[in-house]
Ligand binder design. Structure first.
Ligand SMILES: [Zn+2]
Length: 426
């Protein structure tokens, strides 16, 4: 019989925004009961020597199939390479994707995410249809493949079902919904039946009209669901929006009622002062993907200003150029240092709090076991542990993943990527 209480006894636990001594008590289902100074009487004790417990990282923006683009479009060509020429390479991959390939790539990549420290992923899923734009017999075929992959990999999946209406290129027909009504109906169907959290994701101001954003925001409000969108990633997107709608992408979302604490605005690399205020005052979550934004030459967001204006914060591996939450965290700070010529902009405790899963009483235990003897942490004093982790560590400090009542091991599957790459690129 399962004991009523389990007491996890690490050296330190990350709790209320900082590391300190503590014992995490779990009930017989692996749910957190309390964090206490000492083990409660009768609890089965689990000693975690030279370990700290850190809640798992949330990957708040992922296009998982793009993992197959590693090393693609990374060479000088004599032309001016930019986001838009990278996108051409990405569309070549889109054109060749099948349900089987998607499931294999997602399984391998979600396992890789878990090994890197992500235990939850919000998938911004826009690949819906057959290459010519025809529907699969089950319109949710590709979504179901992602759900199966996440289950195999043991990562918690949240599906952000993309709405894409204004396709202008042949590859985009795989994304395109027939109408806003159809897009919302399909999203709602998933929300009711998928068995995982489902949100709505109007792709960007390029792909969805102001009225489309308004409809998506209404649905999200009605269902208490998240709304995700790419916002102000590229100067050309902002200029196009100004030209077409007479306002910035952020102002367009604000007028459509699409900003707020449940909205995740991805990138925000090209904002004016008024945009920063709108994002901050609405409490919108800024999803920053520094390694992708560097890889795609998107730009550097005005993060300290956004945070002091009231914005939330999340990170994402986005294009999968890198899968490493530690890299994203230190890049948030380092990009700001390079831009400003000054140091120490972002508090490590706040960064870790914003980017990891909540671990309150009632939540299923979902902790990374952090090895305090690893070279990047050995000897770091307790008050500096959060900063050493946020700015100086990598996945080698992760000794395991404690999920519910025990360790959940990760076995990587590079063979799946190898086979998928052979099929797609040869
Ligand atoms: Zn994206």
């Amino acid at each position: 019989m399962m004991p009523a209480l389990t007491a996890l006894q690490p050296n330190f636990v990350f709790h209320d925004g900082r590391f300190g001594p503590g014992v995490v008590h779990l009930d017989g289902h692996g749910r957190i009961v309390s964090v206490d100074a000492a083990p409660l009487p009768g609890a089965a004790r689990v000693q975690l020597r030279n370990m700290a417990l850190l809640p798992g990282f949330i990957n708040a923006h992922s296009h998982v199939f793009q993992r197959l683009l590693r090393g693609v479009a990374e060479r000088p060509t004599g032309r001016a390479e930019d986001f838009w020429s990278w996108r051409t390479a990405m569309y070549a991959l889109v054109d060749r994707m099948t349900p089987e390939l998607l499931e294999d790539i997602a399984t391998a990549t979600y396992l890789e995410m878990r090994q890197a420290g992500y235990t939850r992923v919000k998938e911004f899923h826009y690949l819906h249809h057959l290459p010519v734009g025809r529907r699969y017999a089950d319109p949710h075929e590709l979504t179901r493949r992602l759900i199966a992959a996440a289950r195999t990999a043991g990562i918690a999946l949240e599906l952000m079902r993309v709405v894409y209406l204004d396709a202008t290129e042949p590859s985009q027909r795989r994304f395109q919904d027939a109408s806003i009504d159809e897009a919302i109906t399909l999203t709602d169907e998933l929300h009711r039946t998928a068995g995982i959290p489902v949100g709505i994701a109007p792709h960007s101001v390029r792909a969805v009209s102001p009225d489309g954003f308004r409809r998506c925001a209404e649905w999200a409000r009605l269902r208490g669901a998240e709304l995700h969108a790419h916002v102000a990633e590229q100067p050309k997107e902002v200029a196009w929006c100004m030209d077409r709608h007479g306002r910035t992408p952020v102002a367009l979302l604000a007028e459509a009622g699409a900003l707020g604490p449940r909205t995740h605005a991805v990138h925000l690399t090209h904002l004016n002062d008024a945009d920063v205020t709108l994002i901050g005052q609405s409490g919108t979550v800024a999803v920053i993907c520094p390694s992708t934004e560097a890889n795609l030459a998107d730009g550097i967001p005005r993060l300290p200003e956004l945070l002091s204006a009231g914005a939330g914060l999340a990170i994402g591996s986005d294009s999968q150029a890198h899968i490493d939450p530690f890299l994203e965290l230190r890049s948030l700070e380092y990009h700001e240092r390079l831009r400003s010529g000054r140091r120490c902009h972002l508090g490590p405790g706040e960064l870790l709090t914003a980017t990891t899963v909540r671990q309150n009483p009632g939540d299923l235990a979902d902790f990374l076991l952090i090895d305090l003897d690893s070279p990047s942490l050995a000897g770091v004093p307790l008050p500096s542990l959060d900063a050493a982790l946020a700015f100086g560590a990598d996945a080698r400090v992760i000794a395991g993943h404690w999920h519910a009542l025990g360790p959940r091991p990760v076995t990587l599957r590079p063979d799946l990527l190898r086979a998928a790459a052979r099929t797609v690129w040869v």
